[in-house]
Design a protein around this ligand. Structure first.
Ligand code: UD1
Length: 364
């Protein structure tokens, strides 16, 4: 069977990498082609991940680039439709919740091509979040659902999806994380660009921020940065800056103290090398809430909600919102040793990709 695997943005790359790696074992009845939509295109946001995560060169590169949501989604749809018509896949596999996920699932369904959604069923309940719309629409039309946690299963059932199409398989991103942790252990520290930072700061925290709701509003963004500046008085914070965030830092003229160290966006291994040994991670990312839980690193999520509640119920994550006083109080509690312990969620064992491909081999 012909399988198209779609990736477009940075958080997709770590999810397709282990699926492609598992496919390379040759144990499944699929001829896979990789489609990169080009939603992310900078070297630091795309190419370096292909190299480090051993992702082969895409069979199709749609080169859609940035734009408004409608422009970007429309460009992906038009270009993806053309290759589906030409090459006629039997199945399209999409991962996560970015615009590429949404666009390609709609195109496939309208051409009567089956859609498998990996990381299905997550819900933040916040429809102001573009990813929530992408999740809802993709799940409404997908044929097979692969979920990472119990909440995903429950949401899909409540939305009327048939039980036999939903597979609780664990998390492909954690498959990749464990693979990379092993590779990292075999590398000399000098091979990693973030080693000098770790030498300079024996103890540190890590920040990532890129959600429009946090970085597009000058007041919210300044409030968060003021809180982080305060936290950094007790613990230096290293902050790899996403392009959207960089643009707004400059535009709003937000002051950054020396104890908050800005870097360019980091490659996967460099970032892993940093956050795995951090005292604390402060983030609005979805994936990082899960990667910190898998490695037992304390995480504060600077959002009002999470679509990944298992990281809070079982893992090391606390959802703290964006109130500066609360951010400081929660960070102080962790530094005083009052952080959560947490355990690794069910099926986050490095074998999710195999479970997905086995289920699809039977289903398709
Ligand atoms: C996208 C995803 C988000 C994901 C995030 C991770 C959607 C709706 N959003 O958000 O879920 O968490 O990726 O990074 O799909 N830009 C560059 N170089 C690039 C890519 C983007 O400079 O390679 C700049 C452009 O100015 C662009 C802006 O960043 O306008 C935002 O990029 P975009 O892909 O629209 O959304 P993200 O905020 O990255």
């Amino acid at each position: 069977k012909k399988l198209f695997i779609v990736a477009g943005a940075r958080p997709n790359f770590m999810k397709i990498a282990p699926i492609l790696r598992e496919l390379r074992r040759g144990a499944y009845p699929f001829a896979a082609k990789l489609v990169h939509t080009g939603q992310h295109y900078d070297k630091a946001m795309s190419d370096v991940f292909f190299e480090e995560l051993e992702i082969p060169r895409p069979d199709y590169h749609l080169e859609v680039g940035s734009g408004s949501h409608a422009e970007q989604t429309a460009r992906i749809m038009t270009r993806f439709e053309a290759i589906c018509l030409r090459d006629r896949p039997d199945l399209v596999l999409v991962v996560g919740d970015v615009n590429s996920t949404l666009a390609c699932s709609i195109v496939a369904k309208k051409l009567h091509i089956g859609v498998a959604h990996v990381e299905a069923g997550l819900r933040s309940g916040d429809r102001a979040m573009p990813e929530e719309i992408n999740r809802l629409v993709t799940d409404a039309i997908s044929d097979w659902f692969f979920v990472t946690e119990q909440s995903g299963l429950e949401h899909l059932l409540a939305e009327g999806q048939p039980r036999d199409r939903i597979h609780f398989v664990g998390h492909v991103m954690i498959d990749n994380l464990f693979h990379q942790v092993e590779k990292l252990a075999a590398l000399p520290p000098a091979a990693l660009g973030t080693t000098p930072l770790k030498q300079r700061f024996p103890e540190y925290g890590v920040i990532t921020l890129h959600r429009p709701s946090n970085v597009d509003d000058p007041q919210v963004f300044s409030g968060i940065m003021a809180a982080l500046a305060e936290v950094s008085q007790g613990l230096p914070l290293i902050f790899p800056v996403h392009p959207r965030t960089r643009g707004n830092l400059d535009k709003f003229g937000i002051a950054i103290p020396d104890s908050v160290v800005l870097t360019e966006p980091l490659a996967y291994m460099d970032f892993l090398n940093l956050f795995k040994d951090a005292r604390l991670v402060l983030t609005d990312s979805g994936g990082l809430q899960e990667e910190t839980t898998a490695l037992g690193v304390p995480c504060l999520t600077l959002r009002e909600n999470t679509e990944r509640p298992v990281t809070v119920d079982e893992g090391t994550n606390t959802v703290v919102g964006v109130d500066p006083a609360r951010i400081v109080a929660e960070a102080t509690a962790i530094l005083a040793g009052r952080g959560k312990q947490g355990c690794r969620p069910q099926f986050w064992d490095g074998r999710a990709s195999g479970r997905i491909l086995e289920a699809l081999a039977v289903a398709v």
